[in-house]
Ligand binder design. Structure first.
Ligand SMILES: N[C@H](CCC[C@H](N)C(=O)O)C(=O)O
Length: 294
């Protein structure tokens, strides 16, 4: 058995995150370990952010992102803020360049403790999402759920923030939809060969949105950073809002999204530490650090 690795249970606006310190070791967090940690109420999480030694000069760490079902994700905005806060608390460093499977990611902790993550450039081509068939205009694709002549949700915008997103626009309260019922059907719809994160968005002004997300591989979450970015850019490119918006997520918190003139999407918000422990990356067996016990 490999030795135990330190971890911190954190959250980004209620998005449940485990930051796993895998620096200085060659093993990986296994899908079995992820599934075991997700099944335990104390360590229940939406994503594990596994911090590994850097692979590329100019980056501080390689980060692997694992969903609660044991599958991998290419992006996790809320988790990235948690990684920044954990590393900043350890080293005092404020500006970071990470590498993920989707590329290079820059992030910065501000004086007030909030953290901005440059989530990169959104992609809108149907092959980039990816979709299973050609759609020239991904601002609204043909996809609906509910009765054929009276769909409950229809014509989502789709976007890639490194990971696939579909955003369904609604006029009324985002809470009036059974996302726990529609989410799994849409996540696994054949139009999305790599599945997709499914969101419902209500535009409340030129600068504000309400958003709920069913996450691929994790289900309903209290916040999803990359979905917030995908919703913000989709709202702007469909003329619903300007390029800077504040998005209210299910936890009641807000994320600020700025789709900059250079096409990069910058997400700003908080991160919160809950407790620390150590775990076995092969099995998910874990213990809480003693100083955390009241
Ligand atoms: N919670 C994450 C997104 C996780 C996306 C993941 N569920 C996927 O498979 O793409 C965030 O804050 O961006």
């Amino acid at each position: 058995m490999a030795s135990e690795a330190p971890f911190a249970k954190m959250n980004g606006l209620g998005n449940e995150i485990i930051v796993a310190d895998m620096r200085g070791r060659a093993d990986r967090v296994t899908p079995a370990a992820a599934i075991a940690l997700a099944a335990d109420t104390a360590t229940r999480f939406d994503q594990i952010m596994a911090i590994h030694d850097p692979r590329t000069p100019g980056t501080v760490n390689y980060i692997e992102i694992i969903n609660s079902d044991g599958t991998h994700a290419q992006a996790c905005g809320n988790g990235t803020r948690c990684v920044v806060q954990a590393l900043s608390a350890e080293t005092g460093q404020k500006v970071f360049t990470f590498e993920t499977v989707a590329g290079i990611l820059n992030a910065e902790e501000h004086e007030d403790g909030t953290i901005s993550v440059d989530m990169g450039v959104p992609r809108f081509g149907w092959q980039d999402i990816p979709l299973a068939e050609e759609f020239r205009d991904t601002r609204a694709i043909e996809l609906q759920i509910g009765p054929i002549d009276q769909p409950v949700l229809h014509s989502p915008s789709v976007a890639s923030m490194g990971n696939p997103h579909a955003i369904f626009w609604v006029d009324d309260d985002v809470w009036s939809y059974d996302l726990d019922r529609f989410g799994p059907l849409l996540e696994n719809h054949p139009i999305f060969p790599e599945r997709a994160n499914i969101s419902i968005a209500q535009v409340t002004s030129r600068e504000t949105l309400n958003l709920r997300t069913w996450e691929r591989g994790a289900g309903l979450t209290l916040a999803c950073g990359s979905a917030t970015c995908a919703a913000a850019v989709s709202a702007a490119r469909t003329g619903r809002t300007g390029r800077t918006v504040t998005v209210t997520v299910p936890s009641g918190g807000t994320l600020k999204i700025d789709w900059r003139a250079d096409d990069h999407v910058v997400m700003t918000g908080p991160a919160e530490w809950e407790f620390s422990g150590s775990f076995d990356p092969a099995t998910g067996g874990w213990t809480r650090d003693r100083q955390d016990v009241a």
